[in-house]
Design a protein around this ligand. Structure first.
Ligand code: 4AZ
Length: 259
């Protein structure tokens, strides 16, 4: 009886359009700070960059080669390369490190604003980053992480959803990676919104958030995910959703070579 009630209640809600909500595309100007995180320094995350739009932090990204950044396609909608720069090698999003101009970028051809599918992009820099202890590339995953694998996310995004609480210092948190099948299971609220090419990350009270988008999810020192979307931030039934880098490994390599 209880089960029947739940099914009917879910059906009713679904018909009324109250659950689950379609993923809300992130704002264009500030795409994602870490919720529940800890302040850190760039030395611990030397592959992290701040993608700057008109001189302000807009998204995160990861250094793949000295001239190549991996980020999210949703960070690069309706923007020209001339308005973009990358800040690398700084703990702070608003000063320090090295600033390099963007020469060009390419969004995944099948990126969908509606579903957030294929939310990945490659940026070519106008000049190579000066690699050092604070500026280092990270390798791309070749296989999707196992369900329950450890992950670490970092960024300059908001520390709670909808707030303007931005500290300019880099923050990070550890999370557990969820496979696509676990994340789309009834243990969580997304169901079929979790498509091929997506994985999730979860820890109670810890998540990526607005301004972290495009930034790295690393596991064992390998780039396994790109911060993509979620229903708000750090909600119990709604993990952070990441682009599964392993799915797009050959696309990134090919695209990096073409730019
Ligand atoms: C955003 O709006 C955003 N909790 C990024 C990550 C997550 C939610 C929203 C995941 O950029």
């Amino acid at each position: 009886m209880f089960k029947i009630f739940i099914v009917l209640a879910l059906l009713g809600c679904a018909l009324a359009g109250t659950i689950p909500k379609a993923p809300i595309p992130p704002a264009d100007d500030l795409d994602g700070r870490i919720v529940g995180g800890i302040a850190t320094t760039i030395t611990s995350f030397p592959y992290q960059i701040s993608l700057q739009r008109n001189g302000f932090h807009s998204c995160g990204g990861a250094i793949y080669k000295d001239t190549i950044i991996v980020t999210a396609a949703h960070c690069l909608q309706n923007v020209s390369p001339a308005s973009l720069k990358v800040r690398a090698g700084s703990t702070y999003s608003d000063f320090g490190g090295s600033i390099v101009k963007v020469a060009s970028f390419k969004n995944h051809e099948l990126y969908s604003k509606q579903t957030s599918a294929n939310d990945i992009a490659v940026i070519k820099l106008a000049s190579p980053l000066p690699l050092s202890s604070t500026i280092q590339p990270i390798s791309l995953a070749t296989t999707s992480p196992a369900n329950g694998a450890p992950g670490v996310i970092s960024g300059w995004g908001v520390t709670s959803f909808g707030s303007n609480n931005v500290s300019s210092q880099l923050r990070y948190t550890d999370i557990s990676i969820l496979s696509r099948s676990t994340c789309s299971s009834s243990a969580y609220g997304y169901g079929s919104f979790i498509r091929s090419g997506m994985i999730c990350g979860f820890a109670a009270g810890k998540d990526a958030c607005q301004g972290d988008s495009g930034g790295p999810l690393a596991s064992d020192g390998i780039l396994v995910g790109v911060v993509s979307w979620g229903n708000e931030c750090a909600l119990a039934r709604y993990p952070g959703v990441y682009t599964d880098v392993a799915t797009y490994n050959s696309w990134v390599v090919k695209t990096a070579n073409s730019l």
